[in-house]
Design a binder for this molecule. Structure first.
Ligand code: GDP
Length: 302
């Protein structure tokens, strides 16, 4: 399946190393855990999460009186799923409004895969029979509007836009009017991804959100932060900045297929307490999946 395929790079490096470790040790001792810790760090699992995982593994190994390193492997999978699910009870499902307009705002720095994610999600909703409109709210980056239009054409959905450099809040207003007038089910809104100036970013997002809130009570229903899995710990830093700038309700982790360090999913979940709702597993239209912690961990080891 797609999940397993998308995790090939991570699996090959991470699992290969765990297998090698298990083969080299005859008993589970302090050195074993130290090496395991190093493997987890290198998979970008993140400091806090690694510490937590190792502590829990040690307790479990003691409790179950596990001697054989081979038996630790299944405990690692179990604990990875536990850590993921225990970090927050927030749902990984998108907050969709049945029978009325759902507005989803996308935020994230340039190049992380925001436009691609919007295109993929538009495709998915369209396949579900929903009427979708895209709002070209990134009026700042050269080519952003055209790129969204390419996706609009590819998927077959309308894109509401204004000229480059125009006010994103005005684009949002137009898009909301269009969505209401056409009885759309979903409005997917692109935004500019400048992080250089946090105050500007915050102001712009606030203004855009205000327009949405005014036009559609209860919206935006999701504010999805797109992060590039290949940027590792940098993705965490970006997430912290965006979390301060706006209320992020979920994360889309793109390019999980492009990294051998897929452990970043766990670090994000554990250190940010924002659920990873979707993952990008390739560049094509249908390379977007709901994040499923069990499938993910299975994909790491299977
Ligand atoms: P934006 O600037 O945030 O809108 O980023 P884009 O959507 O333009 O994506 C930047 C590049 O990343 C493009 O070449 C995309 O094809 C690529 N990309 C986006 N998502 C994925 C993914 O899940 N996997 C892979 N391998 N590439 C992706």
């Amino acid at each position: 399946d797609k999940f397993k395929e998308g995790l090939t790079k991570t699996r090959n490096s991470f699992t290969g190393r765990v297998n090698d470790l298990v083969a080299r040790y005859r008993k589970v001792d302090e050195d074993f855990f130290e090496e395991l810790e190093e493997i987890l760090f290198q998979a970008d699992v993140g400091y806090e999460t690694v510490e937590m995982l190792i502590d829990e593994l040690k307790m479990e190994v003691k409790r179950k009186n596990i001697q054989d390193p081979a038996d630790v492997q299944s405990v690692i999978s179990e604990k990875l799923v536990d850590i993921y699910q225990g970090a927050s009870s927030a749902s990984v499902d998108l907050n969709m409004q049945e029978g009325s307009l759902t507005v989803i705002l996308f935020v994230g720095v340039n190049g992380v895969g925001k436009t691609t994610t919007i295109g993929k999600l538009a495709h998915r909703f369209k396949q579900e029979g929903k009427k979708v409109i895209l709002a070209a709210g990134d009026t700042f980056r050269a080519g952003a509007i055209e790129q969204l239009e390419v996706w609009g054409e590819r998927v077959g959905v309308e894109v509401v836009k204004q000229a480059a450099g125009s006010d994103p809040a005005a684009v949002m207003f137009d898009s909301l009017q269009a969505a209401k007038a056409r009885g759309a089910d979903v409005l997917l809104c692109d935004t500019a991804g400048r992080l250089q100036n946090k105050v500007n970013l915050m102001k712009e997002l606030e203004k855009v959100k205000r327009v949405i809130e005014r036009e559609v009570p209860g919206a935006p229903h999701e504010v999805l932060l797109v992060l590039d899995a290949t940027t590792g710990q940098n993705a965490l830093i970006q997430a912290k900045t965006f979390k301060e700038a706006t209320d992020v309700t979920g994360i889309v982790l793109s390019k999980l297929d492009g990294t051998a360090k897929g452990g970043i999913v766990l670090a994000i979940r554990n250190e940010l307490e924002i659920p990873v709702k979707l993952v990008g597993l390739g560049e094509k239209m249908d390379d977007l999946q709901e994040f499923d912690p069990e499938k993910y961990v299975y994909g790491l080891f299977a």
